[in-house]
Design a protein around this ligand. Sequence first.
Ligand code: HEC
Ligand code: HEC
Length: 453
Amino acid sequence: MKRLIGGSIVLLLAGLGTATLSSAPTRATVVTNSDADAIGTTETAAPNNAFSQQTGPFFKDFGTLGRFGCEECHVERLGWSVTATAASGLPASDPLFVFDGSDCLPPGVPNTSASNSIEMRNFGNTRIELGIPQGADFGLAGSSDPFACPTAPTASNLRMYRRPLPVANASFIANVMWDGREEVTPTIFGDLKHQANTAELIHAQATSSISDADQTSIASFQTNLFAAQVKIGNLKLDARGGNGGAVFLMTAVAPAFSLGMNDPSKPGFNPAVFTIYQSWEPGRTPSNAQAAAIGRGEVVFNTKLIRIASVPGLNGPHDASTAPISGFCGSCHNTPNVGSHSTSLFVDIGVTSPSPTLGNLDVGHLPIYWFMETTTGNTTVVTDPGRGLVTGKFIDIGKTKVPGLRNLAARPPYFHNGSAPDLTTVVDYHDRRFSIGFSAQEKSDLVAFLQAL
Ligand code: HEC
Ligand code: HEC
């Protein structure tokens, strides 16, 4: 209950003029809360005020680590994730740094030194421990652990360090977790319920499962939360014809969403994924220079041709076709006005490589794992096997999901391992990986646009 501090709560009564609470996004009653972030203001909207009151099982401690519920790592003002900047300001004794908030410590051991939490303090990363599943077609061939943890990684216990994905905007996701390991029921809502229980058992070290009612409450809390940047400096992103901010996301984008609605493998795919800043696009001459840059950036996102080649999951060595795809940012980030992949997809764009030589990503602090395919003797090397530990397939090693792009400014650093400190680094990495050849102007416009999401 301690972390949701500051900010301002606004109750918008639009339309019906009644305070009836509904679980479906509706214009009837929208409660928003806003907080300062590095470049302006982030906003969360919900059709009820559960998040602002900080009640409900999401905020409750079911565990044994003395944590502040799910909010320990999913903080509203930090984009419903956690940031390295916020973490580095906390004392070593903070419950964030116990167990998986440390580089090596087991549960139950107090954390007495900042040097035990390099990953959380410098990259906002949580420790995830997973093993190679039974029946996998590959084995562990070697590992290197820069933290020299007291227990060396084994095939049944590999250590990865990953960014907490935001829990807001969960109603748009097609994959739960970076590697999709929580996809164990027929629906995403069911997966979110299952995930909530797993999170209690692991991150909170609860000694027993939480009730079905509490799982439902957490999943419904998350699918009814909408978060987005609402201001850059003094520029309001939901004024002057702009449709930024969490209220538009909740009341206009969410009702139009369905899984698979903009699938690039189907006819009718529209690469113009973002339309929220159409009024600021070139030709519409917005009076504000920042708004004009955001409008230009939206056009770059929607129209810049990208040659997508050698991406495992799309056209890598084990895919049906290895032919390069002439695509756009939206070929991967295609959910309209959200930017996640609108169907389930795991790809490897190189961020799990221990030497992403095509970009200046900071991965030197991560463990390295070598895996060997049993039948062929082929090897591969990654800092995080990603999807491979879920399917047990060699060809899935290094794949991750395509994340959503809203509310980015509130939750640096970026990529699953926090290896990009800012959005310029993210754009630079995509630029080099896909040989896009952005001009300096296109890059800065694209960054201005991404900041405004
Ligand atoms: C110690 C930090 C920590 C705590 C506490 C925590 N999480 Fe997370 N959460 C993470 C990390 C890290 C990931 C990404 C892990 C991965 O993909 O392997 C994540 C991912 C998620 C996702 C997936 C979102 C998506 O887009 O796929 C959901 C949902 C989620 N957490 C909900 C919860 C809930 C509910 C709780 C409380 C029961 C909770 N988390 C507690 C760190 C935490
Ligand atoms: C071939 C698919 C693909 C294309 C094309 C693509 N991306 Fe990505 N993008 C990804 C994947 C996968 C990730 C996550 C990688 C990881 O963290 O391991 C990602 C991550 C990101 C992130 C970081 C999000 C976060 O939460 O950390 C941003 C921002 C982003 N992409 C923007 C863009 C922009 C802008 C373009 C066009 C220039 C683009 N992407 C084109 C697949 C793609």
